[in-house]
Design a protein around this ligand. Structure first.
Ligand SMILES: *Cc1c(COP(=O)(O)O)cnc(C)c1O
Ligand code: SF4
Length: 468
């Protein structure tokens, strides 16, 4: 095991809404600002820890500090009338359940997923929908372990309505692990399993092991890659360095490697400051020494990382530390609309400006990428073709494998923030995939790679990747 003698252990201390007043660094803010933060925190998730507070936020730079914006409630995240109403209730000292009722009402209005939405990605085994799994792209199954549906700190833009509220008992987890193995045995086309959440690294190693070890069984030789999506490398790197079961975690990683498989830690890094601390760098070194590869991804978020310099520095630092830049995502409309949103044209401009400053080794990154209903769509460029200003677009992942890499074009629109706001260029009536997608939804037919599409109650899922 890699020595970590230089890093002193730190005890994890979590702060949620009721602890806002107990954070000493916040005392420098005006009482009025603190009241607004309290108000926003009744609606949006708030959870932060002592490492983030003491090491990642520059408190002489608030409110502009990117990690402060990433983790602390900001007045601009709510509509003015909602904010005003909540502030009044809190100032009057109204009972918490009354405030809660108003807050839930606002949450319902913010929820980006209207009821009745069709879920196209739910895998089934013997006709039963499988809980906590998604299978959208042929090669990769997403798995949401029930005990991993929280994070070491919350990103304010990640509007989570957890899918497993109250279902985190281990019996459920065991059944879930069994379903995963059962499904994979029947789906030889799947080569990747991606653990996501919440954050799977919130689980103790012993619990994570129960999900991962069964995948190493010889009957699942077609599973060649295990990926784990996490922001623990940024929000709580001690998980890999000095926590009591950190060494055991690294042994589990080695076990995956020793089974002949690829282990990819899909790290969510939003800003270079997250890579700047000795413990964050120690975490990377220790993970790498197990043979795992760290690939990095994050969404582009206004107030946090809508800045080409930050991205160029982020990618360069990742490569210097031996990690691989992987995706830059466009943030989907998640609740606090407007506050975090960056138009596609601006996303492209930031991506291109950062990309042109770095060497080929950093250019493994793909983006800006929208995880939309038909697939992951990259804004490849802004061009003028036959006198029309257009976005050049391309699938890097698609519900139908045949759509991948086919270039297509949309009319330029400087305000558009998502694929569904774009119109086809050159007078076309619809994009090339739209007919097939509509038919897929209508017929609930088998997609090319074989799992059944079925309607079901909408379940909203959030993670390090925003998907649909
Ligand atoms: C992004 C994503 C994946 C993984 O795609 P890769 O391009 O292989 O990284 C798998 N499933 C869903 C639903 C996704 O959004
Ligand atoms: S983006 Fe990831 S780390 Fe942040 S709150 Fe959402 S699931 Fe947790």
């Amino acid at each position: 095991m890699v020595a970590s003698a230089k890093i002193k252990p730190l005890k994890y201390r979590v702060f949620t809404r009721n602890d806002l007043a107990a954070i000493p660094q916040l005392q420098r803010l005006a009482p009025d600002v603190r009241l607004s933060m309290q108000a926003v925190a009744t609606v949006l998730p708030f959870r932060v820890n002592n490492y983030v507070i003491d090491n990642l936020i520059r408190w002489d730079n608030i409110p502009d500090d990117p990690i402060f914006q990433l983790t602390f409630p900001q007045p601009g995240m709510l509509e003015a009338p909602d904010l005003r109403q909540l502030r009044q209730l809190l100032a009057k000292g109204v009972a918490p359940d009354k405030v809660g009722t108003v807050a839930r009402d606002i949450q319902n209005r913010l929820n980006p997923h209207p009821a009745g939405q069709m879920e196209l990605n739910v895998p089934r085994l013997d006709g039963q929908a499988l809980p906590g799994m998604q299978h959208k792209y042929r090669d990769t199954v997403l798995f949401f372990p029930a005990p991993g549906q929280t994070c070491h700190a919350y990103c304010t833009y990640c509007f989570r309505w957890p899918q497993f509220v109250g279902i985190d008992d281990l019996k459920f987890a065991a059944r879930q692990a069994e379903s995963l193995v059962g499904y994979l045995r029947e789906h030889k086309e799947v080569s990747n399993v991606l653990f996501t959440g919440g954050d799977p690294m919130i689980m103790r190693t012993a619990v994570l092991r129960r999900f991962i070890e069964p995948l190493l069984d010889p009957s699942l030789e077609h599973i060649t890659t295990i990926r784990i999506g996490t922001k623990a490398t940024a929000y709580w790197p001690y998980r890999f360095v000095t926590d009591p079961d950190a060494d055991d975690l690294l042994r589990l990683f080695e076990q995956v490697k020793d089974s002949g498989r690829h282990l990819a830690i899909m790290s969510h890094y939003s800003h270079p400051v997250e890579l700047s601390t000795p413990v964050a760098q120690a975490a990377i070194r220790r993970i790498q020494r197990t043979g795992a590869i760290i690939r990095c991804q994050a969404p582009l978020i206004r107030h946090v990382n809508d800045d080409a310099d930050a991205w160029a520095e982020l990618w360069r630092t990742e490569v210097r530390l031996g990690a691989v830049p992987y995706y830059m995502f466009v943030e989907r409309d998640t609740g606090p609309k407007g506050y975090f949103e960056v138009p596609l044209a601006r996303c492209y401009e930031i991506f291109q400006k950062a990309y042109r400053r770095v060497s080929g080794l950093e250019r493994t990154v793909r983006g800006p990428s929208m995880s939309a209903t038909p697939g992951k769509v990259i804004v490849d460029g802004i061009a003028e073709i036959a006198g029309e200003k257009v976005f050049s677009l391309r699938f890097v992942q698609a519900r139908e494998p045949d759509w991948v890499r086919r270039p297509f074009h949309a009319r330029f629109d400087e305000h558009a923030t998502w694929l569904d706001q774009l119109r086809p260029a050159f007078g076309a009536k619809e994009f090339f995939f739209e007919g097939a997608l509509k038919k897929m939804k209508r017929d609930l037919r088998e997609p090319a790679y074989g799992h059944r599409i079925a309607p079901r109650k909408p379940v909203t899922v959030f993670g390090h990747v925003e998907w649909e």
